[in-house]
Design a protein around this ligand. Structure first.
Ligand code: SF4
Length: 221
């Protein structure tokens, strides 16, 4: 884990290793480099059973594994328990993004992250989820704090990863690494809504596995 210390050093809320929930390589690239630059010991926890279909899930995960290996960052490949995710989302199929289904989705992912932290001695958790400008940071932080509060020895680090140029670096790193560029949040309902919107604008539906940062048209994510 060695990257040059070229940024303002991060100040985690507690000493010890961080368990970083990652949703995908583009969102976690900047977070990972920021942590490396501050010499913070961390492990990636990839738990995203919301992602549909499996082809998209595997693409996002493999990109994240590739980047973690490049930096010698430990990577925990957690379950793809989609049935549990669909059970949590039941009745919320028509919620808008940033609504109640997303709260349930974040809760589920943070709860598993906090459990793993508790079982494996990580005193803090965080997530790359909040770096995307499409996300509601208060919603994400509420879910993170709620999950960590289940375990006395686990704290949620609610750092705003967009700060200090983080949002811009996220795009730069994605282009540099030519990460796979997802075009919807992740679940089957976000895919449905994004496609509806695209079709209403005269655009073709999403084709999975074809778009990469830095190759072709400008980044959207
Ligand atoms: S839109 Fe995104 S955050 Fe919301 S439920 Fe679907 S995958 Fe989860």
């Amino acid at each position: 884990m060695d990257a040059p210390l070229t940024r303002t050093p991060l100040q985690p809320p507690v000493a010890g290793a961080l368990l970083l929930h990652s949703c995908c390589a583009p969102c976690s690239g900047e977070v990972m480099e920021a942590l490396l630059a501050s010499r913070i010991d961390y492990t990636i926890f990839f738990y995203n059973p919301n992602i549909h279909p499996e082809k998209e899930y595997l693409l996002r995960k493999e990109e994240n594994i590739r980047f973690a290996e490049q930096h010698n960052v430990p990577f925990v490949d957690a379950d793809y328990d989609t049935q549990n995710w669909f059970a949590r989302a039941k009745g919320l199929e028509h919620e808008p993004e940033r609504g109640a289904r997303c709260t349930a989705c974040f809760d589920m992912r943070f709860e598993r992250t906090a459990l793993h932290a508790h079982e494996h001695g990580f005193p803090m958790i965080s997530s790359s989820l909040g770096i995307s400008r499409w996300k509601d940071m208060d919603q994400i932080n509420g879910c993170g704090h709620r999950a960590a509060a289940r375990y006395p020895g686990v704290q949620y680090w609610d750092y705003n990863w967009r700060k200090g140029g983080g949002a811009q670096r996220m795009i730069e790193i994605s282009k540099r690494e030519q990460f796979y560029q997802q075009e919807y949040c992740g679940c089957v309902y976000s895919l449905r809504e994004t496609n509806r919107h695209r079709v209403s604008q005269g655009r073709a539906p999403i084709e999975i596995g074809v778009k990469f940062y830095g190759r072709g048209e400008a980044a959207e994510s």
